[in-house]
Structures are given as C-alpha cells and as structure tokens.
Design a protein around this ligand. Structure first.
Ligand code: PRX
Length: 632
C-alpha cells in the first residue's frame, strides 16, 4: 500500500499533476489518499453529494477511529517522538514534551474517565479550557469514545458559553479553575458557574487545576487530577462511521445565533492531514508551531488533528505574544528551534510595531516555512514578516479557509508553488474555486473580480449546522445554487492567483476573529437605554478591521457612561473580542423604506468618508447622514 508521502507535491510539476488528477478524477484521487490511513473497514463508495439538498458524504460505510490514526498508528515506528511540545505562559516554568506513547496513554485514561461519567458515542461534550496539553487530551479522549467535542474558546463570556452548551445539549463540561494570559489570571470557573445556572443538560463538570485559584466546587463537579487516579490506560477505540459526527465548532454569522458547524470523521481526517503535509511540507524532524488557540478551527485542524495525524511535533503555546515582552514569539522560536511558524496577520502587524531589535536578539535560523491565516495580509506586514522573520529565505503560505471548510482551500505550497504578497495564490489540490458575478454566472478567465465560490465538494466540507440544516442551506447554498458560497469576495491576477478582497456579508474579521455584526447589535440592544444600533467594520492598521457602533438611545439625558456600559454589555454577552473601538450615539440610522438599515453608508462614514455616499435618494431619512457626520 502506498504511503501518503507519495501524494505530496514536491515541485511545481507534481502539484500540477496532482491537481489535474484531483479535478479530473476526484473520487479516484481521494480514494487513493484515504487508502493511506488506517481503517477498520474500507468504504464502499467514495462520494455522494447534492448541492441542493445540500448533502455531502465521503468514504461511505468506511469504519475508523480518528485517534487510532493520530496515536496508535505512530506507536510502532515512533513511540518516543514528541507529539505535543507545550510552552507555558510563564517563560520560567518548564516546557513539557509529551511523546506519542504518553499522549496515547493519557488520552486513553481520560477516555475511560469520560466513560465513567456515562458519556457515550454521539453525546456532546463541551470543552472550555485554556491552552494546556489537557485540552488536546480532552479533544482526543472524546474522539476515542465517539463523543462529539464542542470546544468553546476560553475568551467567550458566560452567556456565549451557555448559548453554545444549550444549542448542542452537551452532557458534560470540561474546564479549568483558571487560565494564565500574560500577566493576567482569568477566573474561568466563575464564568462557568454563571453559565451553568442556565444549562440543564450538563450532568457533570470536570475541572482541571491550572492556576490554583480558590474555586467553589458544586454538586457533580470534580477535579481532573482526582478523576484520573488509578484509571486504566487501556481504552479500545470506538468504531465510527466515516460520516459520524467528530465535532461541532461554533462560528458567528450574519444573524444573531452562532452556527454550530458539524464536521465528520472520515473526510475531515483525510483532508486535514493531506493539507497539513502539502501546504507546510513538514519533514519528520521538523518542529511545527501554529500560534492559534484550539478554540478556533485553525487550532483544531492545524495544532491537533492535521499535525498529529501526520505524526508531527506540534507546539502548544499557552501565553500571548506580548508577555513578558514583545520578543516572546521569537524567544520561543529560538528555544525550540521551530522550523514552521503559522500565525495571524494581526499578530504580525502588532509585532512589527515594536523595535526589530526584539527580533534580532534571537536566533531564528531554524525557521524554514512561515504561514498566515484568518484574514488578508497587507503588503507591508507581508514584507516585514518575510524580511525580519523569514530573512528573505522562507516561503510564506497565506492560507485562506474557514471553520466551514475544515481545512486550507487556497494557498501556496511552501517552496513548491510560488507565493505572492497579499495573494492566497492557488487552489489546494482537490479544490475547484470560481469567481461568480452578481447573477451567479461564472466569470471566466484571469484578472477578474467577483464572488468566490467552490464548485465541487472536498472531503472536509462541514456537513450541516447542528440542529438547523435549513440554515446551513440558506447561508451557503441558496444565493448561488450549485456552489458552496463562503461569503468572501476575491480577485485573480493574470496568472490565476487568488486574492481575497474581504467579506461580502455582515461578518467582519477583527484581529483574525470572525465576528457577525448582528450578534453584537443584539448585545447592544439588550441595554435598557438603547433603541436600536448598527455595527459596521472599518479598516484598522493592526486589527485589519475594527468595529464601530452607531447607537440610538432612548434617552440621551440619562447620566451614565453609555460607552462603558455598552462595552460591558458586549463583553458579558459575547466576550471582550467583540467590543467596538468606537461607539457613536446617533439620532437615527439611515434606512430605506422597508426599514432596512443602509449599512453601505455607515461603512463609508466609519472609514472616514465625508461626502461620496453615492445614491441616497432611496433613504427614508436622507438628512440623517449629515447629522451622523457632524458628530462623527
Ligand atoms: O473572510 C475569510 C477570512 O476568515 C473567514 C473565516 O473565518 P473563520 O471561520 O473564523 O476561520 C478562520 C481561520 C481559517 C474567511 O471567510 N480569512 C481566513 N483566512 C484568510 C481570510 N481572508 C483572507 N486571507 C486569508 N488567508
């Protein structure tokens, strides 16, 4: 049987060749890639799909357990290789190196703990934890027994956590007493306590002791370290169908409620591994570091699953780039001889604001490949990254993808295909992107601009929105029938390289975080002195985009610091990441006859535009534009 290495492009000709095969004979192609994994039973059919239903099934009737591929498979050849290299928040505390053998044991132990709590195949488990190895162990322990993990980023508020627990009716919650973020200690447990007041589905909570904070343990709450005492490290993996649910991960959308994107076992396993190896060109002794949090899809696919499935050493960092100072990332690169460094443009822009001496005092010569993800990277940041971090010798992969896509969709392959500043460049092998015009017609040729869409399924496309298939259809498959519509605009250069131009819906990417404006407006409107609000994005030097809220008050004479209260309201309902930079109290909002807010105008005002608002004759209240501008 061939190994996956045989399908990794090593030069441009191989990329072209693999790409053509993947497009001309997708089923044969993906069937061959899937054959390089370990399955309990082979699939009987490679793909069944229907863009209209929509329905996507890959490797039908195949039986597997993803953790056997992440862990057991590596035990024969590489039991002592470091799987997880943990770098704690405090640089003076010890690094942990967890081998594949150790990780396997610890996952099995915790899987048995979950079983002892009556967690069964298909049950949902909410994980709300800091970036410590136990988070990865929790994720894999769920997968081991066929439970569905729903990781919630530990920066979300109690209200946001409760909403996610309730939406997928999680049976058990895994959390920690607190988390370290730079010089701060965050009291996770009291956020959890507040959330749990509303969540009836949670039967028990297991608390990992991280900060040693004094926390109150309630009924059915136990300590992680007590639970794992004397538990067997043998746990037979549950046999899963390819299409069984592996995890739910929430992402925000253009309407208020978060969308629980559902990923399934077989296709996700195949695609996350295949993209990891091709995009980063990982070699067996490399030390790969993705700085994301496992609470986001980047962490799921490219800290946990992709790297572990590929048998790589994956670094987990608990802290922040600014602690103890802005040289922390580069200290870590030197300390662990990092070869692959994958981060967000917003981090690069923030770090570039500080003296290069913070970079230059570190030996970065181990670096071979750099990557970016989450938002467009501007040319200045790209050049800074290339020159100061990559020393003009490391390829930079600018990877475009989404929670919904499960894995990287547009990218260069490091050192194999050409990179180009500000361009995500080419489709990943197996991906068929097109540009559409407003009427949904494909725009042929290069050097064009349009709406990005994907015209053929790939193995890790999200299968549905948990509990709301109709919404899944409405959001991604209705505006442009026959395609997957990701919500981004794009253009191509004369060589067919893709550049993402930004969202075409009411989602704003702030510091690489996908934020729907609707949930933020909902949060603002909860304030008793708010009549209505509109939130829009505008370009920001470091964050890429920032948010500005226009708010109509019930009574402007009420003597409170409305700005502060609104920000607190948002932090409480969603989390601090969703706080607008500017809150402007306005007498009204520009509306068309149907009552719809004309956001186009607000976006222009937020971007500093003073006069060119285009046609505003359809506005019910055109005078409002001037009134908003006077106070802007
Ligand atoms: O707008 C695109 C932007 O992030 C969105 C997806 O956000 P999320 O699901 O949170 O996943 C982020 C990490 C994969 C996309 O629709 N985006 C992501 N990567 C890029 C990007 N925009 C431009 N360039 C990228 N490389």
């Amino acid at each position: 049987m061939k190994k996956i290495e045989n399908y990794i492009a090593k030069n441009i000709n191989e990329y072209n060749d693999l790409y053509s095969k993947s497009i001309n004979h997708p089923e044969n192609f993906w069937s061959e890639i899937a054959s390089t994994f370990s399955w309990r039973n082979k699939w009987t059919k490679t793909l069944e799909y229907d863009f209209n239903k929509p329905e996507f099934k890959w490797f039908l009737n195949g039986k597997l357990n993803i953790t056997e591929n992440c862990l057991d498979r590596h035990l024969e050849e590489n039991p002592n290789k470091t799987a997880i290299l943990f770098e704690p928040n405090d640089p003076n505390k010890e690094t942990q190196k967890i081998s594949y053998k150790d990780l396997h044991q610890r996952v099995c132990v915790f899987a048995n703990v979950l079983k002892s709590k009556n967690v069964e195949k298909g049950d949902r488990v909410c994980i709300y934890m800091p970036m410590v190895p136990e988070l990865t162990i929790a994720v894999l322990a769920c997968a081991r027994i066929g439970a569905v993990h729903s990781v919630v980023f530990a920066g979300f508020s109690s209200t946001a956590l409760a909403a996610r627990i309730k939406d997928s009716e999680c049976k058990i919650l895994l959390t920690a007493d607190g988390s370290f973020r730079g010089s701060k200690v965050i009291d996770l447990k009291s956020i959890v306590d507040e959330a749990l007041l509303e969540c009836d589905s949670i039967e028990s909570t297991i608390v990992f002791k991280r900060t040693g904070s004094n926390v109150k343990m309630n009924n059915n709450e136990t300590w992680w370290h007590n639970e794992i005492e004397d538990v067997s490290d043998y746990c037979e993996a549950e046999e899963m169908d390819s299409e069984d649910m592996l995890f739910i991960l929430y992402t925000s959308g253009s309407t208020g409620k978060p969308k629980g994107m559902v990923h399934s076992c077989g296709g996700y396993m195949v695609y996350s591994t295949y993209t990891f190896l091709n995009v980063f060109q990982y070699q067996s002794n490399d030390i790969y570091w993705c700085t994301a949090d496992i609470g986001w899809i980047t962490g799921h696919s490219y800290i946990v699953y992709g790297p572990l499935l590929a048998g790589a050493t994956s670094v987990m960092f608990e802290g922040v780039p600014s602690y103890p100072d802005y040289s922390r990332f580069w200290n870590i690169v030197e300390k662990h001889k990092i070869t692959h460094f994958y981060t967000a443009p917003t981090a690069i822009r923030a770090l570039a604001k500080h003296s290069v001496s913070l970079v230059e005092s570190n030996d970065l010569s181990s670096l071979k490949v750099l990557g970016t993800v989450g938002e467009p990277i501007n040319e200045e940041a790209w050049n800074w990254y290339d020159k100061n971090i990559g020393k003009s010798k490391c390829p930079i992969v600018d990877t475009w993808w989404q929670t919904e896509t499960g894995g990287i969709m547009l990218t260069s392959l490091a050192g194999v295909t050409k990179d180009k500043p500000t361009f995500a460049t080419k489709p990943m092998i197996g991906i068929q992107p097109v540009l559409l015009d407003k009427d949904g017609k494909e725009i042929l040729g290069y050097d064009k601009e349009g709406i990005l869409a994907i015209k053929y399924p790939w193995p890790s496309i999200a299968r549905t929105i948990y509990g709301n298939h109709q919404r899944y259809k409405n959001v991604y498959f209705t505006a442009y029938p026959g395609y997957y519509f990701p919500g981004d605009g794009a253009l191509t250069d004369s060589e067919g390289n893709f550049r993402i131009t930004g969202r075409v819906d009411d989602v704003v990417i702030v510091s690489g975080h996908n934020l729907g404006t609707a949930p933020i407006e909902d949060a603002i409107n909860l304030h008793e002195n708010v009549v209505e609000s509109a939130v829009v994005g505008y370009p920001h030097e470091i964050k890429g985009n920032a948010l500005r809220a226009f708010v109509i008050l019930l009574d402007e004479a009420v003597i409170v610091d409305m700005e502060k209260e609104i920000k607190e309201q948002i932090s409480k309902t969603i989390g601090p990441i969703a706080k607008p930079d500017i809150i402007q109290i306005v007498p009204g909002l520009p509306k068309i006859r149907s009552g719809k807010i004309m956001r186009r105008i607000l976006r222009k005002i937020a971007s500093g535009e003073k006069e060119n608002f285009g046609d505003i004759s359809t506005l019910l209240n055109p005078e409002i534009v001037k009134q908003i501008l006077i106070k802007a």
